[in-house]
Design a binder for this molecule. Structure first.
Ligand code: SF4
Ligand code: SF4
Length: 325
């Protein structure tokens, strides 16, 4: 059992005020990990685990630009494949190039709507649309000089589903290599909560009736068949309608977090998925005080329970999927 997907939360803080995420209300704790803490952890893990995929996220991780740069540089020199999620607003052409020079393999930029007013409104930032589009263009400019993947990440929600075709075509015109989609989830920044999920679904369906959602999902599938790089597997397509019927419980487990995910929160607490409190564990220890290798290999009982977990958070892009049969 090796770590295949390692996730570092660089910061909880963000200057957007998205309607679906409360992270912007959070402040980093005083014990937040430094770049050196992350680098030491990477060196430790690299001694006993083969190269893996490292994802850097937040909050908005580029609020700590030098930290991100240092971690990418170290991870890449250790042979890991690194991706970075960003809203794009703190990028400049020079910063984009520095990230690639350091070894960034995949940049993931959030864009949910093809309409400027809509994007700015749901992201709670008046330049959100322009910032994302400019960020895509900055990376497109660098495609001839660096090898990397340019990805988009879009939330499937009432404000995006009706215009999903237009969004895909806009992203395609921006030359993205892959389009990731993430279902609307319980508000990030708060603990997972069943009542909140059901309320969320109610809100969602009152604005976007079920048929609109299904039509949007069908449209996405059609666009994928037409050759647009929509990164949704056939199995995930099968599960999308189920999720919007009942976002709390899926018909069967699809989450692969148990099979290779290690999450390190902003303070260095270790988790095997983003919702481990449902298993009665807030965390498995802190990297400053425990032997990470020992913790990683001691979780058979927890992994066993996770493998049969059907919670809707398994649809989240932050988790790897189980190996489909
Ligand atoms: S979704 Fe991203 S951009 Fe929006 S508030 Fe949360 S961390 Fe910031
Ligand atoms: S579905 Fe996955 S991420 Fe959600 S609680 Fe279960 S194991 Fe964790």
């Amino acid at each position: 059992m090796t770590i295949r997907h390692l996730s570092f939360s660089i910061t909880l803080e963000c200057h957007y005020q998205c309607t679906h995420c409360d992270m912007w209300r959070l402040k980093d704790p005083l014990d937040a990990l430094t770049a050196n803490d992350h680098i030491d952890l990477l060196r430790d893990i690299s001694q006993w685990n083969p190269p893996l995929h490292l994802n850097l996220s937040g909050g908005e991780p580029l609020r700590k630009f030098q930290h991100v740069l240092d971690v990418i540089g170290e991870a890449s020199s250790l042979g890991h494949d690194v991706s970075l999620n960003t809203n794009g607003s703190l990028l400049t052409p020079s910063r984009a190039e520095q990230l690639l020079k350091a070894g960034l393999g995949t940049i993931v930029i959030s864009l949910d709507s093809p309409h400027e007013i809509q994007q700015n409104k749901t992201r709670g930032y008046k330049h959100a649309f322009r910032s994302a589009v400019d960020a895509f263009l900055m990376f497109v400019e660098l495609k001839n000089n660096y090898q990397f993947q340019l990805y988009s990440l879009s939330i499937i929600a009432e404000w995006s589903i009706a215009n999903i075709g237009e969004l895909v075509k806009l992203l395609s015109s921006l030359n993205v290599d892959g389009m990731l989609f993430q279902v609307l989830q319980p508000n990030f920044g708060n603990p997972y909560n069943a009542t909140q999920v059901l309320q969320l679904l109610d809100d969602f369906q009152s604005i976007a009736p079920k048929q609109t959602i299904l039509n949007g999902v069908h449209k996405l599938h059609k666009l994928q068949n037409q050759g647009y790089p929509v990164l949704i597997t056939p199995e995930e397509f099968e599960f999308l309608p189920h999720y919007f019927n009942n976002p709390y419980i899926l018909p069967e487990p699809i989450c692969g977090a148990a099979e290779g995910t290690l999450v390190v929160d902003v303070s260095g607490n270790l988790q095997l998925c983003y919702n481990m409190s449902v298993f009665g564990h807030n965390d498995l220890g802190n990297i400053r005080f425990v032997d990470v290798r020992e913790i990683w290999y001691a979780q058979n009982e927890l992994r066993h329970r996770m493998k049969s977990c059907k919670l809707g958070c398994g649809m989240n892009q932050c988790n790897i999927r189980k190996e489909w049969d």
